[in-house]
Design a binder for this molecule. Sequence first.
Ligand code: ADP
Ligand code: ZN
Ligand code: ZN
Length: 735
Amino acid sequence: MPTETDQQAAAATDVLSDGRWDRVGVLLPLALFQPYDYLVPADLNLASGDFVTVPLGRRQVIGVVWGAALGDVDPAKLKPVAARLGMPPLPAISCDFIDWVAQYCMAPVGAVLRMAMSVPDALLPERALKAWALGDPAAAKATPKRQRVLDVLRDQPPLPPTELARAAGVSVGVIAEMGRLGLLRAETLALPRPFGMPDAETLGPTLSSAQGDAASTLAELQPGVTLIDGVTGSGKTEVYFEAIAATLRAGRQALVLVPEIALTPQWLTRFERRFGALPAQWHSELTGLARRLTWRGVLDGSAKVVVGARSALFLPYRDLGLVIVDEEHESAFKQEEGVIYQARDMAVVRGHLAKIPVVLASATPSLETLVNVETGRYRALQLPDRHGGATLPSIHLIDLRRDKPARQSWIAPSLRAELEQTLAAGEQALLFLNRRGYAPLTLCRTCGHRLQCPRCTAWLVEHRFHQKLMCHHCGFEAPMPPQCPACQSEASFAACGPGVERLAEEAAALFPEARRLVLTSDTVTGPAKAEALMKMVAEREVDLVIGTQIIAKGHNFPHLTLVGVIDADLGLHGGDLRAAERTYQLMSQVAGRAGRGEKPGRVYLQTYDPDRAVMRALKSGARDAFMAAEAEDRRDAGMPPFGRLAALILSGRDEAAVAQKARDLARAAPHREGVTVLGPAPAPMALLRGRHRIRFLLKTRRDIAPQAVLRAWLKGQKFPGDLRLQIDIDPYSFM
Ligand code: ADP
Ligand code: ZN
Ligand code: ZN
């Protein structure tokens, strides 16, 4: 390794007398911790952020100029940059943000760049869509077939070859021949733009006075973080729309991060109503062309508003002026694979780097955010009432120890009575169980054998809808075996516990007349399906909805008056720091689906532990007191946000090698004040996808950066073979 002064000396020689770099660092979108040096050919003038192609081994790779050369390689061995691509450079703030995220998350900076360049094809010139128009009629003889083609085009704009052939009922060969002869003329079609031009001056709804106050504060667009803290149905969306309008008026771009873009057709409709056009969307289901055009639209600034899942944060905004994180408490903002990051937290960083406002919205803000409000780091705007005078639903607890469901059923008698009443009154009801499939566990009645995933520490879940056993952790699937694999008994499997499919079966037996709809990720397969199904509910084509958390978010069901939660304790098991907080959030969100129309809603939570603090708080609606008590517990334990955590997960296929490496790491573990290392311990998910897993948890005082401690700890550690160490800063998953 060169020393720092070597590097400075080397860097000094990078700049020629005319100010041009003769060597540059180029960051490639690969799992690399630093840029590579390349020579700059004499006819190229490169600057940071320029997209370039460079040779890498025998390949040509697209990368980004990442400042001056590092100077750690003999210039005689360097290869030249092949070309600069003709698109705007990656803006400096994007480069800074990528560096920042890589440092903070301890991820390879090239892997973070890859998230920003998620569409490599977007960097290449778009293949134009070719179409045929009428050419010179005198160029050749018009046979009957050719005449049909000419007739089609006489009253039509130019058509792509296959469409033209279909319309005229001729082969594509005929079209090509006519092109060669000059009877047809080739034209290039403008590419369809996958997003509209939102207009701030389109008239939105009249805001209530609470909304108006909040909106005018946001419209000042002051840098810093603002929380919109408003109950479900209070109209937070309409409020932050005004911040978007102000950003559009300032000629800048706005980003809205949402947990599940696929599930928000209602959101898009409202956006279109307010701004007269659709925003650019960014999510995994975009087609290739839409992705490329959106990416470029973000880079050239023509995409003014982007709504998307967490990865939209890394798009190359020309001039981002506002970031909104809707449902900021959602754990879906945590990316758990590849580069592990918390998109809400990184959104705050992005806003800070650009000195622009960041807006967090939630009915049940995260504890971290509430503490930041309390300490004055964040501003808060309150919307305490539902819009249009709708009242919040009343919440009741059902004590399952007293109010027992019948054997092999899960709906308590009192909830059943409520359902009967609601359905008889012609109102809608929702049964919520956050567990996919038919039963979480299948066992053999003869020998007790449990069907387990061969690759994970997890039971296989029976899905009758797909007629399969599935592992919810690795995606393993198998048909139901005809006999017990352990004792060979036939027909001796018993389903244990309820999944949403089994609940649907019970509901069907109880309420055969009710029009039922099961909403889970197995039935809601994409945005279009989601829209159609949610519309059925909203338009009252359904009496009883049975679903998982897929229904908890963002939907307005005006006719829904009753919500029954089958297992409110479900999220409280396991050693998760945020279990009670998350239960509060999820239950409030599900409850918030009820009573959005004229009739008030009722919510029943089935629990075995009605005296638990979170259940009492849900019943009384004492959110702030509950969160304050949670915060006290965390403060006492030195847990986030009062201390810092980093999780280390060591994994590999060879159990002995993993155990040996864990011992090595334990020996090297830091000993100093304000730093605690927990573990090594087998992860709760001790086997995942065939890999054995051992966890460490590093806990530091708030003023000690865990990254620095980790760098010192891991210095010189090697991970041979398939051993892997995953670092998770600010972990949310403790599996
Ligand atoms: P939240 O996001 O706070 O749960 P929403 O923004 O979804 O609430 O608003 C709840 C419902 O009230 C939506 O159907 C929305 O269209 C409606 N709404 C909110 N504000 C207004 C307003 N000012 N005028 C008319 N309808 C409104
Ligand atoms: Zn058996
Ligand atoms: Zn598995």
